[in-house]
Write a protein that binds this ligand. Structure first.
Ligand SMILES: [Cu+2]
Length: 383
């Protein structure tokens, strides 16, 4: 008779996550390594009937640390000793991980003590290694009904997983953009670029691909090449004052062509996504800025129809149909033209036509857009 008993571990709660779903989470790939699949066991034939937001197994879950089971006096909890046990044999299997037949490569070695047919104790010579979610299995010629919990040893040694409290929280104060208060007197001016690069969210995780923003010096007309190796994630932060406008030249510096495809699955049914008016698809590297909650003129709202692809992208749709440039911001070959002032009287905008450079235009160039935010609203953290 075989009695199958239970698990589970401390450290991290994963309870039910993988088991409550009727559609299993993809946990591997087909033979080409590209199509996500679910394998019930490492030796089973996989199925593509599985779900995973990121298309890659376990991308969205925190990996668990693996280690030996806890073989100390408090390592096992006997929920029910069962009855009728005469020659119990203990195996410590695992509900997760990559065990062979459910047993890690280095299995724990344990025995059960039965008293009057009831399991009263589990003792182990070794805790093994590689356990994520240990399960105590007891086989016996006559007994049944035992229910015993095991756990992974907090003392380790643990391998993999994510440790708590090892990284400081990102400090927004270190990511504050530097305003240019000179180019447009009365306004704070910023040149912001969108790049695709890496961000390491946790010391125990590898860097992951992200899209995020960087501040470029005033007068920049080109994208950084190559993109910066890492981002100061969530930066740059623009600190604004009520009633002092912020002006932005935004440049989309995402990759073009096949490299410009979004690296996570995309819902093409949203407004502004999918195909354009001529039936050809929009690219997945379109971008805009949107100040949520701002008292902002419509031309600077960054709606689903106000965006730009990067310069050099081959597409029928380079900018959203509703994209408009700020009428009093001028550029000469993509480089900002400062507003005329008492000290800036030539090659400037806002004065006479003669003061404007010959090539000046409101168009900041392919891949760029301009924004004007009035900030005529109360103070708050906006995004
Ligand atoms: Cu909004």
């Amino acid at each position: 008779m075989k009695t199958r008993i239970l698990l589970v571990l401390i450290l991290i709660l994963f309870g039910g996550l993988a088991f409550a779903q009727t559609v299993p989470t993809c946990n591997g790939f087909d033979t080409t390594g590209t199509i996500p699949m679910y394998f019930a066991t490492p030796t089973a034939t996989g199925t593509t009937l599985c779900t995973d937001y990121f298309g890659k197994g376990n991308y969205a879950n925190s990996p668990l640390p693996a280690g030996p089971i806890d073989i100390t006096a408090t390592g096992f909890t006997i929920g029910d000793g069962g009855s009728g046990y005469t020659a119990p044999v203990v195996t410590i299997a695992d509900a997760l991980g990559t065990p062979t037949n459910g047993i890690p490569a280095t299995a724990a070695s344990c025995t059960a003590t039965a008293s009057a047919g009831v399991i009263t104790a589990i003792s182990c010579g070794s805790g093994g290694t590689g356990y994520l979610a240990p399960m105590v299995n007891i086989t016996d010629p006559t007994g049944s009904g035992a229910f015993i919990l095991a756990k992974v040893s907090a003392a380790g040694p643990l391998v993999g997983g994510i440790r708590k409290f090892v990284d400081a929280m990102p400090d927004l104060k270190g990511a504050i953009a530097v305003p240019d208060a000179v180019t447009f007197p009365g306004s704070d001016y910023y040149e912001i670029q969108l790049v695709e690069t890496k961000w390491q969210a946790h010391t125990d995780l590898p860097p992951t691909t992200v899209r995020g923003y960087i501040q470029a010096p005033t007068g920049t007309s080109a994208c950084p090449n190559p993109a910066p190796a890492t981002l100061n994630y969530l930066g740059p932060v623009i600190v604004a004052a009520k009633n002092r406008p912020v002006r932005v030249k935004f440049t989309n510096c995402l990759p073009t062509g096949a490299a410009g495809r979004l690296f996570i699955p995309m819902d093409a049914t949203y407004m502004g996504a999918g195909n354009g008016p001529d039936g050809t698809p929009y690219t997945e590297n379109r971008a805009t800025l949107h100040l949520h909650g701002g008292n902002t003129p419509w031309i600077s709202d960054g709606t689903p129809h106000q965006w730009t692809v990067p310069a050099g992208e081959v597409t029928n749709f380079k900018k959203g149909v509703s994209t408009q440039n700020v009428p009093d911001m001028f550029f000469s070959n993509g480089t900002v033209v400062p507003q005329c002032s008492a000290t800036v009287t030539s090659n400037c905008s806002g004065g006479t036509v003669a003061q404007l450079p010959v090539s000046a235009t409101n168009d900041p160039g392919d891949g760029s857009m301009t924004f004007y935010w009035t900030n005529q609203q109360g103070g708050r953290l906006m995004f």
